[in-house]
Design a protein around this ligand. Sequence first.
Ligand code: NDP
Length: 307
Amino acid sequence: MNAQAPIKLIDGKAAAARVLAEVAEEVREMKAGGVAPALAVVLVGHDPASQVYVRNKVLRAEECGIRSLEHKLPASTAEADLLALIRGLNADSGVNGILVQLPLPAHIDETRVLQAIDPLKDVDGFHAENVGGLSQGREVLTPCTPAGCLRLLQDTCGDLSGQHAVVIGRSNIVGKPMAALLLKAHCSVTVVHSKSANLRELCRQADIVIAAVGRPRLVDADWLKPGAVVIDVGINRIEEDGRAKLVGDVDFDSALTRAAAITPVPGGVGPMTIAFLMKNTLAAARLQHPAPSTPAQFPEAPCPSIS
Ligand code: NDP
């Protein structure tokens, strides 16, 4: 983007409202055709942040006309019981999407649980079938946060072909799927992490910087090329001037002096994550109920249900 242009604040709330309106419209059409999309949300334990996330997801689902089915289990729930619940949800034709809120209590194997979800109902996009499909460039259910970031970038920059993107962070939830989506959008992608050398220099070469680190205000103006577009995924709770605050992985005020466009925290990526969860629930419902005259949306990825 042009370094001389005024800085653009990327408004995630407004973008999310547009996505949710699209979803609500499509849900209405689906219901008229006899299919009422439903999302099962499973929460194990009483982690306060997870409880807030689940409440927000349920509220957004209701706003879109998606039925939500909450399963709240005690922290002491045995892994076998959680797996049995997931098998039941897989088999239930009235459930289109299954979300297991992370983190799970330490005695439960997260990978085993995520792998137990039917890939066609895996609205978080964490099942290996979907992870593999994404890395092959197939149309599959894709992790919500990176999918939301990609939409923000496309809304801001248009075609991303040929842009150099640096993704800071290599987690399975954000960094890796983000890199796969940017590659699919024809970017040149560099992924950096805690063991990378010359982090700042690598970042300074980027047209697009995605920060998904979990370190408050790590990235400042000195890390940015003039005119870079910055997506800040980080959500960090800090104490400052005697009060609790939410800040990102980017030093927002400093980055404003260099960036062409930037997401705020809060109000940037966060709302898009939930909006894309709703989009994925709709996509899952379509996969399970393709219109008779049209092929399933992701025809090359038929996945057997895990029982
Ligand atoms: P993880 O802790 O799983 O991954 C963090 C990544 O950052 C790792 O790859 C780690 O490297 C890397 N890293 C850590 N420190 C540094 C450093 N000093 N320099 C460079 N790289 C570093 O976090 P997540 O990916 O799950 O989340 C990242 C952030 O995004 C968090 O703040 C989280 O709260 C937020 N988040 C926000 C969401 C939203 O909806 N807005 C959704 C999901 C997450 P290594 O692999 O070498 O350890």
